[in-house]
Design a binder for this molecule. Sequence first.
Ligand code: HSE
Length: 401
Amino acid sequence: MFDIAILGFGTVGSGVMEVIEKNSDMISQNAAQEVRVKYIVDVRDFTGSPYEDLIIRDFAIVENDPDVKVVIETIGGVGVALEFSLRSLRAGKSVVTSNKELVATHGYELTRLAREKGVNYLFEASVGGGIPIIRPITQCLAANKIKEIYGILNGTTNYILTEMVKNGATFDQALGQAQANGYAEANPDADIKGHDVCRKICILSALCFGHHVYPNLVPTEGIESVTLTDIAYAGSIGYKIKLLGRAISREDGKIAAYVAPHLVREENLISGVEGVMNGIVVRGNAIGDVMFYGAGAGKLPTASAVVADIIDAAKHVSARKWLSWEDGGPEMIYDADLLENAWYVRTSATPEQVKGIFGDVSFAGGCKAEETVFTTAVINKKQADVLLSKIPVLSLFRMVD
Ligand code: HSE
């Protein structure tokens, strides 16, 4: 019998229970022993729930129970979730989490503690929901020097953009549906303002490049600036607008990472990633580009990744999985504003004014009389800002082919 405890019985925590019950035979077979949820720690009232008997409020019971080998942290946030994770690891228990905020901000400290204690700290569900991405990076792609990783890392915002474009939903309707489907964060601002993507690109950067990238060092924009007008203009020149997280390893050892909406060319596979799906491209120096695609949010997809980690922890009780990195800091970071790309610009300046400043740029056809849409040559943000300071800018987005 392999006893575990679930901390936090919300969307993901209850999904973990559901998957364990639904696939119990297969999970026991894969874990080579029966996996049993011994406790669920949650301070809320679950009277009448089929799991009422398992619910406790006092985490110390889990901490002091030597039978509990793995603690599943699905509380979220960096308050009590951090405290309970540290206490679990110090008590010699492995921890499995879906908490991207915690891994992105305290992952270095937590993985180091796990290493010291000879236990595992596993977080497959923290990026890409149900998509296998942490293991592929650390195991299947381990022979590569990874140069870049980018993609759609937030199901809620991708769902909102897709619903607005394909089904004519308003922003609020699409967000409400994402919340009802269990995709959105407790505070959906984390999705909409790009913080969730920021946390995920920080985790991926640490795994790909070996140094912790702290979220406060990553310039982050969400989807608030994306309008249906821009989506239509983008479509007319063969692009879709997608919120991307992107991180690049430079020759000088620095890491450039940022989060922003981009115009993505329709031929790029990322462009076809719709709804709650996520798509992540990893560029290795041996494999070239490899793309991971699947459900990026939601109760059961996320629980699928958590339970896979539980099985892995059950199989590695006395053998640690290698999953750690060095600390990082501002000295490791390359200014993302120096990365070069073409830019999509919507302005109230005339095409003649634009030509006078930018030279021979490419204009979108069919614009409204009072506005001009054009795409620039490949320049960095600082160069673009100098030129753009001379015209009224209505929208500005990076472009990727
Ligand atoms: N709110 C997140 C998303 C959940 O929409 O992608 C999965 O991390």
